[in-house]
Write a protein that binds this ligand. Structure first.
Ligand SMILES: NC(=O)c1ccc[n+]([C@@H]2O[C@H](COP(=O)([O-])OP(=O)(O)OC[C@H]3O[C@@H](n4cnc5c(N)ncnc54)[C@H](OP(=O)(O)O)[C@@H]3O)[C@@H](O)[C@H]2O)c1
Length: 325
């Protein structure tokens, strides 16, 4: 089969399209024919050698939409059945989805029924699972005023789509560092956009919010907390600022009275949580269209595209040229 093999950490060019053996089926695992996958910021970190659990040589890819090809559990899975999978050390401790086939532990394979086209399905698993987890944790109410920091990210746009599908009247404000992306966010339907040139601090005249989704993460969270209304909630779920932990964090002083700080980890996943997310998307007709679709032959370009941060929202890869055997 063809797969993108990374032999050593580096830039997008270390993703080498290579002929490798199709993974052999083993007890407790299922081989999935890959139909599409999203490109995630975390895969850039992994490719750069910043994921502690990763040893190279490795095929990256932490999520997949595919079909069961061969399985060790024929009572649960049927060949040809549509499935998704995310995380569980896929693309880190064992080979991931940047390939024609991926071998996955049975316990992290989730069958789905959906008539969405593959380009849209591929945008969902990791990004919408995360965005939906954030959405739930915020206990959103009518009249909430919500801020998304790093709104142009895949997760940021996904949360915007979930919130607006839930209640169009909720005010959603987004931040970007880029003046040109301000217009794109407004065109996408954001009620207001703040151009924040600093990742650490919001501009001086920024008001307060009921809920804040902070995808920049520990670099900006102390500042984010200072922009909450009483009983407001911050979800600190990203690390785009490149800072991974809140060092010397004093919750008494840093969290304003009657305010809440929460998080979400997409590695904590279950079949029922995946199903709940798909049901929400279907029932609320959430717009899950990716912003950019690349062919499997263009994974290097897909990484370059995500890295240069020209885009808005989710980048996916599908097999528009049929190379399955
Ligand atoms: N907790 C979890 O389980 C979980 C799961 C999935 C993802 N995540 C995290 O969620 C975040 C978003 O992931 P993604 O894949 O959606 O990202 P993405 O699409 O690659 O995000 C790209 C955007 O990030 C913004 N950005 C990049 N560096 C930044 C910086 N230093 N300061 C401010 N903004 C910056 C850029 O916005 P502008 O150019 O417009 O400023 C860019 O458009 C990541 O940190 C990822 O690790 C967490």
């Amino acid at each position: 089969m063809k797969a993108y093999v990374v032999n050593h950490p580096g830039g997008p060019e270390v993703l080498e399209l290579t002929d490798v053996s199709t993974p052999a089926l083993k007890a407790g695992w299922t081989r999935v024919k890959v139909l599409g996958f999203g490109i995630n910021h975390s895969e850039i970190f992994t490719r750069e050698g910043k994921s502690p659990s990763v040893e190279f040589t490795r095929i990256l890819g932490i999520e997949v939409v595919g079909e069961v090809d061969a399985t060790s559990d024929e009572t649960t899975f049927k060949p040809g059945q549509k499935v998704v999978s995310i995380m569980g050390e896929m693309g880190r401790a064992f080979n991931g989805s940047y390939a024609e086939y991926v071998l996955l532990p049975n316990k992290q394979i989730y069958p789905i029924t959906s008539n969405l086209p593959i380009t849209e399905l591929a945008a969902i698993p990791e990004t919408y699972y995360t965005a939906y987890g954030i959405f739930k944790s915020l206990q959103i109410k009518a009249n909430d005023r919500i801020l998304i920091r790093a709104a142009t990210s895949g997760v940021g746009i996904a949360d915007f789509n979930l919130i607006k599908a839930f209640d169009k009247a909720i005010t959603v404000v987004g931040t970007t560092r880029s003046k040109s992306k301000k217009q794109e966010l407004l065109r996408a339907g954001f009620d207001e956009v703040i151009v924040a040139s600093s990742s650490t601090k919001l501009p001086a005249n920024t008001g307060n919010f009921d809920k804040i989704i902070d995808l920049i993460g520990p670099q900006s969270v102390p500042d984010t907390l200072q922009h909450l209304n009483e009983y407001g909630i911050v979800s600190a779920t990203g690390e785009l600022g490149g800072v991974w932990a809140l060092n010397d964090f004093d919750p008494i002083m840093a969290i304003p009275n009657n305010c809440y700080l929460t998080g979400f980890y997409s590695g904590d996943v279950s079949a029922s949580a995946i199903q709940e997310m798909f049901t929400f998307i279907e029932n609320h007709h959430v717009n899950v269209q990716p912003s950019k679709v690349f062919d499997f032959s263009q994974v290097v370009q897909a990484h370059q595209f995500l890295e240069t941060q020209h885009g808005l929202g989710k980048v996916v890869v599908t097999f528009s040229t049929q190379i399955h055997h």
